[in-house]
Design a protein around this ligand. Structure first.
Ligand code: ASP
Length: 323
């Protein structure tokens, strides 16, 4: 079986010097960011505008930021066409769909589920972990039993489309990172409180039992209401090894803008894996300051961030390191 470090090396396509400059479009993006400081506001990884809109609508109807991020994450979780999250997610190499999710409230309390099977909305189970248990993280069979005890329904999450894709993949059985659209979502409600959520079916065709960054507090998502929040998508191993979302928030605490903080967190990965090349492993961050300033950065091109506030849904394309 291919080992992770070899996999990272093997997943890259071209050559790059370690002195490749980081292009900054900060000035243009900053203008957009400043305009986006109207609360309520929701920000999500990738083009999850339906999710950020759903989140803001919850707040406009009187819901909290926690209700909002849960509602936002439930949008791709329920969508069978979304092969990265919840129902319809691509399975592991054994053909089994396993889900990871976490949620964090404005006081910094968190709930998380990992390696959960058969439950369409892991984010809602994570919220139950936060609200109904003395724990932060529940995994596997225990997470499923807990979900069932809370009234969640056991379902088959492997759609025909996902099964066909897995069967195709099985022909070559070649594990490569597929950039896809895990949702990390942050929202500030009209009281100025920020919460965050993250939900994924993980890397397609991962080893059975593999857990990525998404359900790990501080890796896939982190929120601190003194500063702001951050969330991550992409190859979870790279985010886990740098505790990316926590790092972004701590850098914002030191005075960096969301964009600068995300860029520095990407730099940390590049320093560790200077061999990363275009078209290989991707990581993208999205960050939101408690004042409502939005920023992001990614390793490779192709990443985007959805932003919704009272009046508008838009897509931001942050700068990236490669290409
Ligand atoms: N970060 C997720 C994981 O590693 C996957 C993704 O965002 O594409 O499980």
């Amino acid at each position: 079986m291919i080992k992770r470090r070899n996999f990272i090396k093997g997943s890259v396509l071209g050559a790059i010097s370690t002195t490749t400059p980081i292009i900054s479009r900060a000035s243009g993006l900053f203008e957009i960011n400043k305009r986006s400081s109207r609360k309520p506001i929701a920000v999500a990884t990738w083009d999850n505008r339906k999710a950020t809109r759903a989140a803001v609508d919850v707040i406009l109807k009187g819901g909290s930021a926690l209700d909002a991020v849960e509602a936002g994450a439930r949008v791709p979780e329920a969508d069978p066409e979304d092969t990265s999250v919840g129902y319809g997610g691509l399975p592991d190499r054994d053909g089994i769909v396993t889900l990871d999710a976490c949620i964090m409230d404005e006081s910094g309390k968190a709930g998380s589920v990992t390696f959960l099977q058969h439950i369409k909305h892991p984010i809602s189970v994570a919220r139950k972990v936060l609200e109904e248990t003395p724990h932060v993280m529940i995994s596997g069979k225990g997470a499923l039993e807990f979900a069932l005890s809370q009234g969640f329904e056991k379902e088959n999450l492997l759609t025909d489309k996902a099964k066909k894709t897995w069967e195709e993949w099985m022909k070559n059985n070649d594990y490569r990172p597929v950039n896809h659209d895990t949702i990390g979502i942050l929202a500030i409600d009209d009281k100025g409180k920020m919460c965050g959520a993250c939900s994924t079916s993980g890397m397609a065709f991962k080893m059975h039992g593999r857990v990525g960054d998404s359900p790990v507090i501080g890796a896939g998502m982190y929120v601190d209401n003194e500063v702001g929040g951050a969330c991550a998508t992409g190859q979870g191993e790279l985010v886990l090894e740098t505790l990316g979302s926590f790092l972004v928030v701590e850098l914002m605490r030191q005075g960096l803008t969301p964009e600068e903080a995300c860029k520095k967190a990407v730099d940390r990965i590049i320093k560790k894996y200077p061999e990363l090349k275009e078209g290989g492993a991707q990581v993208g961050y999205a960050a939101l300051s408690i004042e409502g300033e939005v920023g992001g950065f990614s390793i490779d091109k192709g990443y985007s961030i959805a932003v919704s506030d009272k009046g508008q849904d838009r897509l931001i394309v942050p700068d990236h390191y490669l290409g």
